[in-house]
Design a protein around this ligand. Structure first.
Ligand code: GDP
Ligand code: MG
Length: 170
């Protein structure tokens, strides 16, 4: 079996960090600066009979008035293309925030037929741990997510659980 999994989210939520964590090596560039990933980065992980193919998409984001408009457009197009024919989408947000940019990403996923798993990343940096559970419970109202999984891509916490959720759809 072979499965395509797209990793999507606004810039800086930790897409590249997650891909590197899953693959156990540094194949994708991570940076504090948004938009470091200009091109799609693919990674393949073989686990028994199952082959996962992850596509780290350039960030989908709101286009601004800046000079890089053409690049922004290209990146948005590439991100949307990557969502065609995937078996599963991992949509990442940053802790207990929901920004306008996250909303834009969610809108882009509206017509995606594949199951969407929501990963709530950077929980290691969460100040108020008690706020996490009610936040996770409320997220289901935004879309019928296949699963909602809190993770720390950086520390690796709960990433195996996320991969197990992904594996259900391949
Ligand atoms: P991308 O733009 O979505 O690909 O985001 P990156 O993977 O490049 O990560 C952006 C920044 O967030 C980097 O400085 C990462 O080290 C940091 N980061 C990513 N995941 C985590 C996490 O789980 N915890 C913490 N504390 N930082 C993270
Ligand atoms: Mg990246």
């Amino acid at each position: 079996t072979c499965g395509f999994v797209a990793i999507v989210g606004r810039p800086n939520v930790g897409k590249s960090t997650l891909l590197n964590r899953i693959l156990g090596q540094k194949v994708s560039i991570t940076s504090r600066r948004p938009q470091t990933t200009r091109h799609q980065v693919m990674g393949i992980k073989t686990e028994g009979e199952v082959q996962f193919i992850y596509v780290d998409t350039p960030g989908i984001h709101i286009q601004t008035r800046d000079r890089n408009k053409a690049i922004n457009h290209f990146m948005n197009q590439a991100a949307v293309q990557a969502l065609r024919d995937v078996d599963c989408v991992v949509f990442i947000i940053d802790r207990t925030r929901w920004s306008d940019e996250d909303q834009v990403v969610l809108q882009r996923l509206e017509h995606v037929a594949a199951p969407v798993i929501l990963a709530v990343n950077k929980v290691d940096r969460l100040q108020d741990k008690a706020s996490l559970l009610p936040w996770l419970q409320g997220l289901g109202a935004r879309r019928d997510f296949a699963a909602i999984v809190p993770i720390s891509a950086k520390q690796g916490s709960n990433v195996a659980e996320l991969e197990a959720e992904v594996a259900k759809h391949l």
